[in-house]
Design a protein around this ligand. Sequence first.
Ligand code: CA
Length: 227
Amino acid sequence: MRILVVEDEDKVSRFVVKGLTAERFAVDVARDGKTGWELAQTYQYDLIILDLMLPGLTGGEVLNRIRKSKSQVPVLILTARDSVSDKVDHFEAGADDYLTKPFAFAELLVRVKALLRRGPITRASVLRTGDLELDRLSQQVKRAGKRVELTSKEYGVLEYLMANAGRVLSRTMILEHVWDQSFDGATNIVDVYVRHLRSKVDDPHERKLIRTIRGLGYVISVDEVET
Ligand code: CA
């Protein structure tokens, strides 16, 4: 899953990014409101962590624009303010949760996971394709009841495929969803990871689930996919 952190204080953003990356999230950072809004429009984030006091556009303005654009992406507000009226204002403006600084990373993580669980699109905490099962909370993957060990990027690719089961995803879509902005290599990195995934998820089993759609990309599905 991919998260955008909009925060101008380097210390706070470094701390958040380090923790989230260790939890296998792909994380982008914006240091001002305008950049945050641009990134929010450009990429399909699973969650946005938004500071309120920002240069350029304030967090409140960024939130307004996100909601006006009809995006339902979950937004977690991060702020030094903690008055009740501020909280009410931002919930009304479309924030999903609110965390006051300073905070412990563990608390942020609990809230992030709660928001992702109930989020807008396919947010079932357990995804299933045939006998393949992926639990987004424990981040465990099982095939035919047996645990499959994946690296964090393999997990990211599989989670994205399974959340969109039956839908063909291009290499670019996979790359944009699973890798962050700092990655500037070629899209064939996706092929490498899909190959690794197949060796763990499909090769030991007769029924193959990950399918290559020539010229288009990849899809995970129990059945043949018509294109
Ligand atoms: Ca700030």
